[in-house]
Design a protein around this ligand. Structure first.
Ligand SMILES: Cc1cc2nc3c(=O)[nH]c(=O)nc-3n(C[C@H](O)[C@H](O)[C@H](O)COP(=O)(O)OP(=O)(O)OC[C@H]3O[C@@H](n4cnc5c(N)ncnc54)[C@H](O)[C@@H]3O)c2cc1C
Length: 420
């Protein structure tokens, strides 16, 4: 799902960076998607792109209120193309008995990220870029005024500037960056191709990408070959900061995904799931990417795209190009470039904190009020719960930031308010 938001939501952008910067980020995000699509069309990169827009569905009355609040925020930021759908309207489009309303966003859509990556790689090669795949980098070392990059197979190359784009794996090469992020695993399933009767039971003719209003929400979309991709943002932290193939599968997540599907779509409960997997994403305490330099400015890095990297890695690419070439540019003054996110504690406190916040957010999704810890974090500005309800209204009145301008988000791909 390709989204135009650079921050996890416009409300979070206001909370983190203030109203003016949130307006600017909204413009940057819209331009980014438009430029990306123009580029793909110009270079003939086919990636099963469908301009479907997206739906953010409400599963509780609280989510319905949030939809209205988010619509008001979008209007305040000058964003067009957002519309509230009543329960009847959204159920007429996608037939889930759980839906109580929705926000329909006209921009964005769905594409096949593997085809996108292959297409971009092929275009880079056409431009003369040499690509070394299956070549694990083990070390980066200073060599005079340059850097030597050493691979596991014994190969190496020397460069005047290195850009590290290793996302949730970055601590393997640059351990000091770990204080600013945690590696998490997101899990998804893809179904068998649906029969005509199964599609009829679900509707979904406009094929929008869908998320819901919970902290740990489901995200789902149809695929070009007639399947359903069904995922959960209940991302897992495999401590201490593990990112390895042993984390690629989680039977517990798959079981709850299957149960969740049956709750959402009882008329298509018999759908069989042919593929299941997980992947590493990289999260910061404010759920936005961050950037930095090492080796006396000879290395630049950018990471922390959580579950939004399809669009936001493109903006990051521009930022990193400016950093690597040492050229000024508007994007370098974005606060997500100039201000690092609030750090995470080191282990063993990190694992404890992540688990405690996960448990607390799960309770919020079950309909309970935020506990003392979440409220305390929110007061510190590392908020997980106050971002839409009450908080944004208060923030809007103040014209932006709250508290000591610290940030939210730790374990969910999007810090959101209560769910089912
Ligand atoms: C299940 C799942 C669903 C998602 N859904 C969406 C979605 O719908 N929309 C969206 O926008 N985003 C989504 N995301 C998030 C998106 O995939 C990421 O934000 C994006 O891939 C980040 O891009 P990246 O290039 O920074 O990192 P990655 O895609 O993680 O790439 C990092 C690369 O670095 C390589 N690498 C790491 N260490 C080394 C080393 N030492 N030597 C050599 N190579 C190395 C890795 O092999 C990898 O290829 C999803 C992620 C997952 C896991």
């Amino acid at each position: 799902m390709l989204s135009e938001t650079v921050d996890h939501s416009h409300a979070l952008a206001i909370q983190h960076f203030g109203m003016d910067e949130a307006r600017r980020l909204a413009r940057v995000g819209e331009a980014n998607v438009a430029e990306m699509l123009a580029f793909l069309a110009e270079r003939g990169i086919a990636c099963e792109w469908e301009p479907t827009g997206r739906l953010m569905v409400a599963l509780t009355d609280g989510h319905v209120e949030e939809c209205h609040r988010n619509l008001a925020i979008a209007q305040e930021l000058g964003i067009t193309g957002w519309r509230y759908l009543s329960a009847d309207e959204v159920r007429a489009e996608v037939h889930s008995p759980l839906y109580r309303g929705a926000l329909a966003v006209s921009r964005g859509g769905i594409c096949n990220p593997a085809r996108l990556t292959d297409g971009l790689r092929a275009e880079a090669v056409r431009q003369g870029v040499r690509v070394y795949e299956r070549s694990v980098v083990r070390a980066i070392e200073e060599e005079g005024r340059q850097l030597r990059v050493r691979s596991a197979a014994g190969g190496s190359l020397v460069a005047g500037h290195v850009v590290l784009a290793t996302s949730a794996y970055t601590h393997h090469l640059l351990p000091r960056v770990l204080r600013r992020f945690i590696p998490l695993y997101d899990y998804i399933m893809v179904s068998e191709p649906l029969s005509a009767a199964q599609w009829q039971a679900i509707g979904w003719q406009k094929r929008q990408g869908i998320t819901d209003g919970r902290t740990f929400f489901n995200y789902y979309r149809p695929t070009a070959d007639g399947r359903v991709l069904w995922g959960t943002s209940e991302a897992a932290y495999h401590g201490p900061n593990r990112v390895d193939p042993a984390c690629d599968h989680s039977p517990g997540h798959y079981a709850s995904l299957e149960a969740g599907w049956k709750r959402h779509f009882p008329d298509a409960a018999d759908l069989r799931w042919e593929y299941r997997w997980g992947g590493a994403i990289c999260s910061t305490t404010r759920l936005t990417p961050f950037f930095g330099r090492a080796f006396e400015n000879r290395l630049s890095y950018g990471l922390g795209f959580t579950g939004h990297g399809l669009g936001s890695t493109r903006i990051a690419g521009r930022i990193l190009a400016h950093m690597a070439l040492n050229r000024p540019g508007d994007v370098l003054s974005l606060p997500l470039v100039t201000q690092p996110p609030f750090p995470y504690p080191p282990e063993p406190l990190r694992g404890w904190a992540v688990n405690a916040v996960t448990r607390a957010l799960r309770q919020v999704d079950e309909g309970r009020p935020p506990n003392l810890m979440l409220r305390a974090l929110d007061r510190l500005g590392i908020g997980f719960v106050g971002w839409a309800r009450g908080f944004t209204a208060e923030t809007q009145r103040r014209g932006g930031r709250r508290g000591p301008a610290r940030h939210s988000g730790a374990v969910s791909r999007r810090a959101r308010r209560p769910g089912v």
